[in-house]
Write a protein that binds this ligand. Structure first.
Ligand code: HEM
Length: 416
């Protein structure tokens, strides 16, 4: 067996609380990139893994998707829950989404939803996005001059967009909001129902039951929405299993929601912390495209994904044994000084911007175009209407190793 060196800084990657202290975590990641870019992490409660912190290594691993697979460990989950989720998946009673799959099944499943996220479909959704953006900026005026932007605006707007795409009724939106927060805020006590694996599974079951009813209704009465496309999809002439169908809805509803809201809340925080960049954007709306990209780079709404080696291999000269997992730290890759000039600077005209916030390779975020459009619509509506805007308290980050960002962003403002 090869010697495995564990840099103590890498322990933080498995500590949800560490993600609430952005600067502390970035100090640790900066250290890892230069001293231990492939570091072994063995901490209580988690199966050990390799922490990958360099941009080039993350891309290289994602490119080699036959060697480094998503199954059986696509994300970092505490052992106890991981065992249970995996056993359920193997028994055919657990959710199995795109992120749990590898090609060729992954490719077939991804095709089912892909058309709904292509530019043509995005153009059709743009008017709805703009309308919702206006509705939420108007709400800011009604609720002003102070509010918690993260909880009152940023979490709701993307949920409305994604549930509109799916074709779900507005009356169900509050339930979906709670479910996605519980699912992704799993480590944050503010959003937890309970901390046991059973409680987590109860959240999944809620999702499952809701979507099973939706499938039945869309099969009986097909409509022109993504939910119908999923419910009525076939692979090799066969309809999807109930589990595959429910899993598809879950990945779309959950991946399309908390991620984008983290990008919007975090994006606004970046503008508030960098008033000269906000002023530039106000003066030159033509910078919106690169500004949105920079918000997504800096906020890194998805902190990591994992892969598992299917054969003995090596990364940056460090041997990785068959069966061992690697954690791809997008948070670190996006600040890699070898790729980004002045990586900690928020620069709304950064171009090129080869960030890894949407991942890379065959699992590259299916909803990237939608996320970009949503964030663009929102800030295109908000920015020209700002008279004054400032922080009205300390922002707070969610405790999670996976998806999220700013959970409370108190602001004071005046809009026209
Ligand atoms: C700023 C917002 C978003 C970020 C940062 C983000 C990030 C990511 C990342 C990092 C991955 C995994 C990529 C990889 O493994 O290489 C992913 C996958 C995925 N995302 Fe997003 N996402 C966002 C918004 C959305 C939206 C709006 C949707 C809409 C439904 C969406 C749907 C998906 C799906 C379905 C997958 C799985 C793709 C696959 O495994 O083939 N995401 N996303």
């Amino acid at each position: 067996m090869t010697a495995r060196i564990m840099d103590q800084a890498a322990r933080l990657l498995a500590d949800p609380q560490a993600y609430t202290d952005e600067q502390g975590l970035h100090r640790a990641l900066t250290h890892l990139r230069s001293h231990a870019p492939v570091s072994w992490v063995d901490v209580e409660g988690y199966r050990p893994f390799w922490a990958i912190t360099k941009h080039a290594d993350i891309m290289d691993i994602e490119r080699r998707n036959d060697l480094f697979t998503n199954d059986p460990r696509p994300i970092l989950v505490a052992d106890e829950l991981d065992d249970k989720l995996r056993a359920d998946r193997e028994a055919g009673i657990g959710l199995s989404t795109l992120i749990h799959m590898d090609d060729p099944h992954h490719r077939d499943m991804r095709k089912i939803g892909a058309d709904w996220f292509r530019p043509k479909a995005m153009r059709a959704l743009k008017a709805r996005c703009d309308e919702l953006a206006k509705m939420y900026v108007d709400q800011m005026i009604e609720r002003g001059p102070e509010l918690d932007f993260a909880q009152e605006i940023a979490v709701n707007y993307p949920l409305y967009v994604i549930l509109s795409l799916l074709g779900l009724p507005e009356t169900d939106f509050p339930r979906m909001l709670k479910l996605t927060q519980e699912l992704f805020g799993g480590d944050d006590t503010e959003f937890q129902r309970d901390i046991t694996p059973d409680a987590m599974l109860a959240v999944l079951l809620d999702f499952f039951n809701y979507f099973a009813a939706l499938t039945a209704s869309r099969r009986a009465n097909p409509t022109e929405d993504l939910a119908s496309a999923i419910a009525n999809a076939t692979i090799d002439g066969q309809p999807l299993s109930d589990m595959d169908t429910a899993s598809y809805y879950v990945i779309v509803a959950s991946a399309g929601h908390d991620t984008t809201s983290a990008g919007i809340a975090g994006g606004l925080l970046e503008l508030l912390r960098n008033p000269e960049e906000l002023a530039r954007l106000q003066q030159d709306p033509g910078l919106m495209g690169t500004a949105v990209e920079e918000m997504i780079r800096c906020t890194v709404p998805v902190k990591e994904f994992m892969r598992t080696a299917q054969a003995d291999t090596e990364v940056r000269g460090v041997p990785i044994a068959k069966g061992e997992s690697v954690l791809l730290s997008y948070l670190s890759g996006n600040r890699d000084e070898e790729v980004f000039a002045d990586p900690f600077r928020f620069d709304i005209s950064r171009d090129p911007n080869r960030h890894l916030s949407f991942g890379y390779g065959v699992h590259f975020c299916l909803g990237a175009a939608l996320a970009r459009m949503e964030i663009n619509s929102f800030f295109s509506e908000l920015i020209p209407r700002i008279e004054t805007i400032e922080l009205a308290g300390d922002p707070e980050r969610v405790a999670t190793t996976f998806v999220g960002g700013i959970k409370h962003l108190p602001i004071r403002y005046s809009l026209r």
